[in-house]
Design a protein around this ligand. Structure first.
Ligand SMILES: [Fe+2]
Length: 382
């Protein structure tokens, strides 16, 4: 299969760019947007200016604020009911990955018969569905850029990964002013998620010269600015850089794919309801130490991008230094050391292994892993 570059038709970025959204709806004749978001963002006052702007443009927004972290099939059903009952004609996902992924699921159900579980996997969404704007508030999952939606199927205790170009938002919005109120822990976790996207895309079997440029630049930016954004959330330069870094990491992985870090992170995430970015951050140095011997030159380039002084190191030494630099960054931004701190027990691990091997992200890993490998890596991440 040929290389495919997939991303939104329009990307709007820069401080204050949110104000451009109402006109984009008006010129397409849209009238009743469903805003898909969560109660925390509503309470923090993040959504109110958008509602006011939409009303000023004679639009009639309906708000669904019932999204929870790791959104479930039930959350998707409730959001789609709000879309139908509100007679909405477009969807605005406002938030991090959870609200935007829920908005993508509403888009699917607006044109394709439910339940949403029918669309788990790659390329199963037949019709595009309602016009979708993804307004990002974290840096981040890159959900505003990608063809992925991750929804937890609680009945089967598994994270479904819906992957289809039909769910890429029509417009993605990255306004760093929307990100200044994100708390430290979430800034750190989502920033490490973005780093994971860039690293996994760069060493993926689907990597391409075009995605390599984006991935390495994302690694460079995230290593430089994530500690600043965590230390002071109101540092608008750091927020703007992180918004750009996570965005280009999203462009890279949406076309190059991910790997075993995401495949393994989805499992404790689903069963123990843990933050996606934290699960990735814990697994990233462990899994990349496993991958390192199979991509030594690439890990040496990652070390440079992370800011390691590599002039006096050969590729082998630099590749080891990359793993250490990832671990150091994770500690610096306050990520927990292992899953044991988060309530995962050794008894949980055996159940995670087959699910991780079946996860669609696993296929991008530079080397295939066996069940024994995956179990050993989970144990190392405890
Ligand atoms: Fe991710």
């Amino acid at each position: 299969m040929g290389f495919r570059l997939c991303f939104p038709k329009i990307n709007i970025s820069g401080a204050g760019c949110l104000a451009e959204v109402p006109a984009e709806l008006v010129k397409r004749g849209l009238k009743r947007p469903l805003i898909v978001t969560d109660a925390v963002l509503v309470k923090a006052g993040v959504v109110a200016p958008l509602i006011a702007d939409l009303q000023m443009a004679d639009l009639a927004p309906v708000v669904f604020d019932g999204v929870i972290p790791n959104p479930t099939v039930a959350v998707v059903d409730a959001a789609y009911a709000a879309f139908k009952n509100g007679r909405c004609d477009c969807v605005l996902g406002v938030g991090g990955g959870s609200p935007i992924d829920t908005a993508k699921a509403v888009r699917i159900l607006s044109a394709n018969a439910g339940p949403i579980t029918l669309y788990n996997g790659i390329g199963k969404v037949g019709k595009e569905g309602a016009f979708l704007v993804a307004i990002n508030t974290t840096a981040g999952t890159a959900a505003e850029v990608t063809s992925n939606a991750v929804i937890t199927d609680t009945a089967n205790a598994v994270k479904m990964v819906i992957i289809d170009a039909n769910i890429i938002p029509d417009i993605s919005v990255n306004d760093p002013k929307m990100m200044v109120s994100v708390p430290k822990g979430t800034t750190a976790a989502t920033g490490m998620d973005a780093l994971t996207h860039a690293v996994e895309a760069y060493v993926s079997v689907g990597a391409h010269p075009l995605t390599d440029h984006a991935a390495l630049e994302a690694i460079r930016i995230i290593a430089q600015y994530l500690p600043r954004a965590v230390a002071n959330g109101h540092d608008l330069v750091a927020r703007e850089q992180m918004a750009y870094g996570e965005f280009i990491a999203g462009l890279a992985f949406n076309s190059a794919g991910l790997g075993l870090v995401h495949a393994m992170a989805h499992q404790p995430g689903a069963v123990k309801d843990l933050p996606h970015g934290v699960c990735n951050a814990i697994l990233l140095p462990v899994v990349e130490a496993f991958n390192r011997p199979h991509a030594v030159k690439r890990f040496a380039r990652i070390a440079e991008a992370l800011g390691v002084e590599t002039a006096n190191l050969n590729d082998e030494q630099a590749s080891h230094a990359a793993i250490e630099a990832i671990r150091d960054l994770s500690i610096k931004v306050g990520i927990p050391k292992g899953f044991a701190e988060l309530g995962v027990t050794e008894a949980d691990l055996a159940d995670f292994v087959p699910k991780a091997l079946k996860d669609p992200c696993a296929g991008g890993n530079p080397i295939p892993a066996t069940a024994d490998d995956v179990l050993r890596l989970y144990k190392q991440a405890m």
